[in-house]
Ligand binder design. Structure first.
Ligand code: ADE
Ligand code: ZN
Ligand code: ZN
Length: 235
C-alpha cells in the first residue's frame, strides 16, 4: 500500500488493542502511534544500509502453488519478514532499539500482506510490470492497488478508518482467526482475481474504482484487525 493504506491499517489496529498491548506499544514506540510509524519500512528504502529489508515487503510464488510448497527465497520474503519481526519483538533479550525497529516493520508488513499483489507473481513483479492507464494517466496494476484506488476515495486515513464496514464482534473474531499462512493464501486468492481483472494497457477509471472500492476497504480493515490480533498475542 501507499501511505494512506498503511496508516489506515495502523489506525484500525490501534482501535482494537487490549489495554496491556497498548501500554507495551506506547513504551516501545515512545508514544508514537501505529499509524505514524506504519510507513517507516518504506521511508528507509532509500537508505542503502537497509537494502536487505527490500524483499521483506512481498512474497512472489506461482499462483497455482501454496507458500509451503515452494522453496523460500534466500533473500527473505514477506512471510519470513513477519516471522522475524515477531520473534525479535517477543525476545526479552532484544535491545529497546531493536524492539522499536522491528515493531515498526511489523506494522508495515502486516499491512502489505493485505495488499493482494504483495502475494504476487515473480514474472510481473506483483503487477509492477503490467502497464495500465488510470483516468488517462500511466500507471501499473501494482500501483492501482497500492494507491490509485485508495487515493480515489479522497479521504484521510482517519476518515477512511472511520468509514470501514461496521462489523459485529463475531465478524471481527472470524477475521482474526487463522494464522499467517492462511492470510497469505487469502491474499493469493484475491491476487488471482486482481490479475484477471484487467488487460494489459487497459484504460481504467470510475467503473474499476467502484467495482473494487469495497474489496479495498475490506482488505484495510482485515489488515488492521489482524495486526491488532498479532500485537495482542505478542504482548
Ligand atoms: N517487487 C517484486 N515483486 C513485488 C511485489 N509482489 N510487490 C511489490 N514489489 C515487488
Ligand atoms: Zn506495493
Ligand atoms: Zn511495503
Amino acid at each position: 500500500w501507499g501511505k494512506t493504506g498503511h496508516r489506515t491499517v495502523g489506525e484500525v489496529a490501534s482501535q482494537h488493542l487490549t489495554g496491556k498491548a497498548k501500554r507495551a506499544i506506547k513504551e516501545i514506540l515512545k508514544g508514537e502511534s501505529l499509524a505514524l510509524v506504519s510507513n517507516y519500512a518504506d521511508d528507509i528504502k532509500s537508505d542503502r544500509s537497509y537494502s536487505k529489508f527490500g524483499p521483506w515487503h512481498y512474497v512472489n510464488f506461482p499462483m497455482d502453488k501454496k507458500y509451503t510448497d515452494v522453496v523460500p527465497s534466500t533473500y527473505g520474503d514477506l512471510v519470513k519478514g513477519i516471522e522475524t519481526c515477531i520473534a525479535i519483538v517477543k525476545d526479552e533479550n532484544s535491545s529497546e532499539e531493536d524492539k522499536a525497529f522491528y515493531l515498526k516493520m511489523l506494522v508495515h508488513f502486516i499491512g502489505d500482506l493485505h495488499q493482494p499483489l504483495h502475494v504476487g507473481r515473480e514474472e510481473d513483479r506483483g503487477g509492477n510490470n503490467i502497464q495500465l492507464q488510470w483516468f488517462g494517466k500511466g500507471t501499473n496494476l501494482h500501483r492501482v492497488w497500492d494507491s490509485n484506488l485508495i487515493d480515489e476515495f479522497g479521504m484521510s486515513y482517519t476518515e477512511l478508518a472511520g468509514n470501514l464496514h461496521s462489523l459485529s464482534k463475531k465478524e471481527r473474531k472470524a477475521i482474526q482467526e487463522g494464522d499467517l499462512y492462511d492470510w497469505v493464501e487469502e491474499s493469493q486468492e484475491l491476487a488471482k482475481e486482481v490479475y484477471g481483472s484487467v488487460e494489459v494497457g487497459e484504460k481504467l477509471g470510475y467503473e474499476y474504482s467502484y467495482k473494487y472500492t469495497n474489496t479495498v476497504r475490506m482488505q484495510l480493515q482485515k489488515g488492521g484487525l489482524r495486526l491488532a490480533k498479532v500485537l495482542n498475542d505478542l504482548f
